[in-house]
Structure formats: structure tokens, C-alpha cells
Design a protein around this ligand. Structure first.
Ligand code: ASP
Length: 340
């Protein structure tokens, strides 16, 4: 073999080996994948009919600023060598405290005029996970989910038992009215009066996926669910495998959308299984799962990260609040259908 041929063969091998982690052509991920980052965080703030004409410049600026605050919080952890599980928690925590999103303070109301909050978190290192469903008093449901993962022998707690557990590990509790905002009261009144939900009444969940300097993946999702949901209804957000999944070397997913359909498809686990066993790219796997959701009549989206930190946003709704930050200095936020 001549010296001239060896570099050619090597470069062909590199192209072939790299093909598994290449983003879907034309996806927003394509450019970022050119450089493998030391760490990266990707977030969403809910998917739905989010049209430029329905969002004032000021509202758009507020959402973008809130997405950047969340990205900064996650990046701060990763930059310092912290774990991806701490990073996704830090990012969604800021969104739970921001009334723009349907999670924590500012969450939607049930038909009984209360808040019942759902959250989950998963660590890709050992696939340990924690989640809470239907909590009414823990101030930050994502911290309760984390506590379930770290301080219990279980994966999931629901309702009063979940609030009691959160309190027993010292988490801050609040009156249920702490979560209420005028905007959500108006939305509930409208839904109860018209007996119909707009798209916006079903969306607004937040989530994050990340990879840290050690290559560990993690995912987190937290929500108030859907406006005027029946008391006791549990959506996809606290269900490991439906809205949240993370497995090192394979993929991490956080989903948002019409929860009943995401549960029925098992969206997050379907995506990771397709990546692991069918050899799909993360984008193709996510599209497959969302096509199944659409076939059943649902809509929504996912953020997905592959084992090397490659990422994609895939949604079949008209928009999704989303963003990414990584160690190469790349920062992006987007809201509408096309890259914006
Ligand atoms: N998936 C959430 C639920 O059904 C709603 C959302 O994503 O906004 O509870």
C-alpha cells in the first residue's frame, strides 16, 4: 500500500465511522455536530401552535431570555465539571420558577382549580431514575423527583405520598395557590366555559438533556400537565420511557406534547431503543416515534441527544421553545417552526 493511499483510506474510515452520529440533513443540529463538544445542554419549554404573529416582540424576547437563563444555569454546572444530572436539574429548576412556563410556579390548573404537578429525572450512567406525579405542595417538583432517585429505593411516588416524601427529605413546601397566576385562571375559566382546549392549553412542559465532560447523559422533564385535566390525571412527563429517558452511549430524551399519546407510544424509550438496536440516527428515531404519535392523533416534540453529544429538536407541532449551549461557545434559542 503506498503512502498516498493510507491517508485516503483513513479519511474514508473516519467518514464511515462518523456517519452514525451525523445529524439529519438540514436539521438545526448539523452545524453543531461538526465539533464534538466537551459538554452540551439542550432544553425545551413546550411545543404547540406557536406562531410568530401571535407572539409580540416583547413576549418573544421574554421567552428567549428565559431559555438563556435556563441554559446558563445548566452550563454553569457542566463548565465546572459537574454532572449532566445536576445540569438538567439546574436548567429546569429556573423554568419551574418562571411563570412563562407550564411547570412549577405558573403551571396550569386542574378542573378542580388546583395544581397537580408531574416531574421526572434520569441518570444515563446507571439508568437510575426518580419521578413524582400529582404533587400539590413541593415548591420544585424536579427536586422531589431527584430526591426519589437519590434517597429512596423506589422510582416513582404519587400524590400525597410524593408530597410527604418531599417534605421528609427537607424540600420546601408551599400552599397550592403559590403556583397560581392570573393567566392560568383565565385559561381554566375559558376551557370550562367552552368545554374545549386550545393547543396552548395542552402544552408548556419544560425539559432538558445534557452530556457532561465524562460523557454521561441525563434527562429531566417537569410540567403542570394540561389545563382543566381531571383531578388525578397523570400525563407522560413523570413516566420514565414516555417523556424522559437517558442511557449513556445511546441517547437522552425529554418530550412535550399531548401526554396520552406519548404514553401510548412510549416515546422516549422508543427513540433510544431505535438508536440502540435499529442503528437509527437520533433524528430519524425521533421522527419515527413522533410519526407514531401523529398516527394516533397526537402532537408535540422532543429534544434528543446522542451518546457523543449530538443533538436534535424534532416536533410535529407548529413550534417549540428550545435552545442549546455547549463548550464550543455555541448558543442558540429558537421558537417557531423553522430555524429562527
Ligand atoms: N406532556 C404534558 C402532559 O400531557 C403536557 C406538555 O407537554 O405540555 O401532561
Amino acid at each position: 500500500m503506498t503512502r498516498a493511499i493510507i491517508p485516503l483510506l483513513l479519511s474514508l474510515m473516519i467518514v464511515a465511522c462518523g456517519s452514525e452520529t451525523v445529524a439529519e440533513p438540514g436539521s438545526e443540529a448539523a452545524a453543531a455536530e461538526a465539533e464534538t463538544p466537551e459538554w452540551r445542554i439542550v432544553i425545551h419549554g413546550g411545543a404547540g401552535v406557536i406562531l410568530r404573529e401571535n407572539l409580540s416582540d416583547e413576549q418573544e424576547a421574554d421567552y428567549r431570555a428565559a431559555l438563556e437563563v435556563a441554559l446558563d444555569a445548566g452550563a454553569e454546572v457542566l463548565k465546572e465539571g459537574g454532572t449532566s444530572v445536576d445540569a438538567v436539574q439546574a436548567a429546569v429548576l429556573t423554568m419551574e420558577d418562571n411563570t412563562l412556563f407550564n411547570a412549577g410556579k405558573g403551571a396550569v390548573l386542574t378542573a378542580a382549580r388546583e395544581h397537580e404537578l408531574d416531574a421526572s429525572i434520569m441518570d444515563g450512567r446507571d439508568r437510575n431514575a426518580g419521578s413524582v406525579a400529582g404533587v400539590k405542595h413541593v415548591k420544585n417538583p424536579i427536586l422531589a423527583a431527584r430526591a426519589v432517585m437519590d434517597h429512596s429505593e423506589h422510582v416513582m411516588f404519587a400524590a400525597q405520598g410524593a408530597d410527604d416524601f418531599a417534605e421528609s427529605v427537607g424540600l420546601e413546601t408551599v400552599e397550592n395557590s403559590y403556583f397560581t397566576t392570573e393567566r392560568r385562571v383565565k385559561a381554566l375559566d375559558r376551557v370550562l366555559e367552552t368545554r374545549s382546549r386550545t393547543d396552548a392549553d395542552r402544552h408548556g412542559t419544560v425539559g432538558a438533556v445534557a452530556i457532561d465532560k465524562d460523557g454521561n447523559l441525563a434527562a429531566a422533564t417537569t410540567t403542570g400537565g394540561m389545563t382543566a385535566k381531571a383531578p388525578g390525571r397523570v400525563g407522560d412527563s413523570p413516566l420514565i420511557g414516555a417523556a424522559t429517558y437517558a442511557q449513556n452511549g445511546v441517547c437522552a430524551v425529554s418530550a412535550t406534547g399531548h401526554g396520552e399519546y406519548f404514553i401510548r407510544v412510549g416515546v422516549a424509550k422508543t427513540i433510544c431503543t431505535r438508536v440502540e438496536l435499529a442503528g437509527d440516527s437520533i433524528g430519524a428515531a425521533a421522527e419515527n416515534a413522533l410519526d407514531q404519535v401523529a398516527d394516533l392523533g397526537g402532537d408535540g416534540g422532543v429534544i434528543v441527544m446522542g451518546g457523543e453529544g449530538q443533538y436534535d429538536y424534532v416536533f410535529n407541532s407548529k413550534g417549540m421553545y428550545r435552545g442549546m449551549m455547549d463548550s464550543t461557545g455555541a448558543v442558540e434559542t429558537a421558537i417557531f417552526e423553522k430555524k429562527d
